[in-house]
Ligand binder design. Structure first.
Ligand code: PLP
Length: 365
């Protein structure tokens, strides 16, 4: 069978190893997964009630336009309803943007170590990815601007960046947006927006009025703890949202995703609590890395990229055998691992296992 030529050599996305699989493979009863930046505190209690109530409607198609959720979110964000689009995670919004805008021969600009979904969707649509090296783990906006050509369609900026956790500031972003030509769309991926505590981080929703080429992506998968329900969203001008809507499948989000997201939005105390606990976790992990003399990128997300001074895949295996799943395989940072921030107990277990792995002679004492 002849497939689409652009997908010939595409890798299949490698997700974090599932807990159940690891337990079975290694005969472990306890496994700590710090690999996919999931919320270790689950989700708001309001979510479970909302889902239970929705069980009665299992056989009924969802509202394809997610009307009630859209209305709630529009109020929450202070935008118009027609400026919002929902997807099966913000992953789907990325795919929809690529599908709606890329034609073969387009160019698209992104960091050389960032969320892999931007490039894979560009590849599928036949757009050429220009990868601009991070500087100190941070987006090089000047370098990205210098790569803009008449063929450039989209620039992807992940803020905070996955996997480095670094941010670009409001000042840097505004200076960048002022100089991006209007034919180029800027997609700002703010999947970790709610975790950020650094005051220099941009508040981007108000910028939508000024920059009609700006698209913001956020998700209910991370701080809201709804990763399994697959619900994320894009915010942009009504014109851009309308175009993306034209390539959206009619029922791309579920009833459960929609009611769960509405309930989760109501519980901003949960969000704040998770943000505070995450910040404490980041502080703890970073101080332990300091103690162990390990380089890391200061993170504003719920994960940290830390240098362990040997091939990351080796450390992945060592930690896995101790029942801890982390993430390795970052091309630009082959001797770094990415660890998600867990509960204090999980973080301590991780540090203990890491320290043990780094100083094996201790086990012989
Ligand atoms: C997790 C993540 C997403 C999207 O996750 P969804 O579950 O698809 O909403 C998007 N961007 C980045 C950078 C992420 O880390």
């Amino acid at each position: 069978m002849k497939h689409k030529s652009t997908i010939g050599n595409l890798p299949v996305y490698k997700p974090g190893k599932p807990v159940e699989e690891v337990k079975k493979e290694l005969g472990l009863s306890e496994v700590i997964k710090l690999a996919s930046n999931e919320n270790p505190y689950g989700s708001s209690a309001l979510v479970k009630d909302a889902i239970q109530a929705e069980l009665a409607n299992l056989s009924i198609y969802p509202d394809g336009s997610a009307g009630e959720l859209t209305a709630d979110l529009a109020v929450h964000l202070g935008v118009q309803k027609d400026q919002i689009i929902f997807g099966a995670g913000s992953d789907e919004i990325i795919a929809l943007i690529a599908r709606a805008f890329f034609v073969s021969g387009d160019e698209t600009i992104m960091a050389d170590q960032t969320f892999s979904v931007y490039k894979s969707n560009a590849d599928i649509e036949g757009a050429a990815s220009i990868e601009v090296p991070l500087v100190d783990g941070t987006h090089d906006l000047e370098g990205m601007l210098s790569k803009v050509s008449s063929k450039t369609k989209i620039i992807w900026v992940c803020n905070p960046n996955n996997p480095t956790g670094t941010i670009i500031t409001e000042k840097e972003l505004v200076s960048f947006m002022e100089r991006v030509p209007s034919h180029v769309m800027v997609v700002l991926d703010e999947a970790y927006y709610e975790f950020v505590t650094d005051e220099s981080y941009p508040e981007t929703i108000p910028m939508l009025e000024k920059y009609s080429n700006l698209v913001i992506l956020r998700t209910f998968s991370k701080i809201y703890g709804l990763a399994s329900l697959r619900i994320g969203y894009g915010i942009a001008s009504s014109e851009v949202i309308s175009l993306i809507n034209q390539v959206r499948e009619p029922f791309n989000t579920t009833r459960f995703g929609q009611v769960a997201a509405r309930a989760a939005l109501q519980d901003q105390d949960f969000v704040k609590d998770c943000r505070d606990k995450n910040r404490q976790g980041v502080t703890y992990l970073q101080s332990e890395f300091d103690r162990l003399g390990l380089h890391y990128f200061p993170s504003q997300g719920n994960f940290i990229l830390v240098q362990i001074g040997r091939p990351a895949a080796e450390m992945f295996d060592i930690l896995l055998r101790q029942g801890i799943i982390i993430r390795s395989g970052f091309q630009v940072y082959p001797d770094y691992i990415r660890v998600s921030v867990g509960t204090p107990e999980q973080n301590q277990a991780f540090i203990k296992a890491l320290e043990h792995a780094l100083t094996p002679e201790r086990s012989e004492v």
